[in-house]
Design a protein around this ligand. Structure first.
Ligand SMILES: [Zn+2]
Length: 287
């Protein structure tokens, strides 16, 4: 199931309104009204249309919020009440802009699965101004690991520049079964998407603070070099492949074992907290 919501902007009502006005019954001639009354009537009609649109929108989106509240993903469940409302809005905003595509025979992508994936994306971006990662408009879900013809091996997830976030649903779920081991496929792939989206020239370009990003890049390069000479024990070796993998692996530990991250790599942790504008080690969701 794919969610599509297309609100009709106000201006799109103008042609039908004008057409109606041209063929209006005699009793409704606005010419009989004073200019002030005519303007007031038009405003009232438009206001009513907006109100109806808002009501329809709320009615259509309510199941998404209800599903999120029913599922209670761990990050959402830990939020104080006012932040929960913000989180819900962001999940809805993410979902109405994405197309979920099931891959694999007889594999269905349920509303619950969509909500979990959206909640994962919002978790990573929650400290920032609301963003929806518009370049990544399609989310492909496989039931299990899938064969990548491009890389000629089995994958559990990837993010590609063709605008897709690809996930193995089984591995996505495993990532949340142990919430403190520093392995989380969903967080990993959403971190890749966030990192790339910041570089892609579109309406959400450069949303990460430049100074914070510069600081992060410098520390990341230092740490990658250090780990190549003397492998560390906290970040897994995958982190040293390149700066993208380093960022994604760090994001997994940032959320899943923030206190240990902060004590093993305090400078890196602080730089990432500044970059993502949240500090899970201190229970701060928005700096
Ligand atoms: Zn990766």
């Amino acid at each position: 199931m794919s969610l599509v919501f297309c609100p009709l902007p106000l201006f799109q009502w103008l042609p039908p309104f004008c057409a109606w006005y041209s063929f209006r019954p005699h009793s409704l001639q606005l010419a009989e009204l004073s200019p002030g009354q005519g303007v007031l009537m038009v405003l009232l009609v438009f206001g009513l249309i907006e109100l109806i649109q808002y009501g329809v929108k709320q009615y259509r989106l309510r199941p998404l919020v209800e599903e999120l509240r029913r599922q209670q993903p761990p990050y959402y469940a830990s939020l104080p009440q006012p932040l929960k409302r913000d989180f819900e809005k962001r999940v809805v905003n993410f979902l109405v802009r994405k197309r979920f595509i099931p891959r694999g025979e007889n594999f269905e992508v349920t509303l619950g699965m969509q909500v979990r994936v959206a909640a994962c994306a919002v978790q990573v971006t929650f400290g920032l101004a609301p963003i929806s990662l518009p370049h990544f408009s399609r989310i492909l879900l496989y039931p299990d690991r899938y064969y990548s013809a491009e890389f000629k091996r089995y994958h559990s997830g990837e993010v590609n520049m063709r605008g897709c976030i690809v996930l193995s649903w089984k591995d996505f779920q495993v990532g949340y079964q142990n919430a403190s081991d520093g392995f989380n496929l969903g967080l990993h792939e959403m971190a890749h998407a966030l990192h790339l989206e910041n570089m892609i020239s579109n309406q959400e370009h450069s949303f990460l603070d430049r100074q914070h990003l510069l600081q992060w890049d410098q520390l990341a390069q230092q740490e990658m070099k250090r780990q190549q000479q003397t492998p560390g024990t906290f970040l897994r070796p995958q982190a040293c492949q390149d700066e993208h993998e380093f960022f994604a692996v760090c994001v997994e530990s940032f959320f899943e074992r923030p206190k240990a991250f902060s004590s093993h790599h305090p400078d890196l942790y602080q730089a990432l907290a500044q970059l993502l504008q949240q500090d899970p080690a201190k229970g701060i969701y928005q700096l």
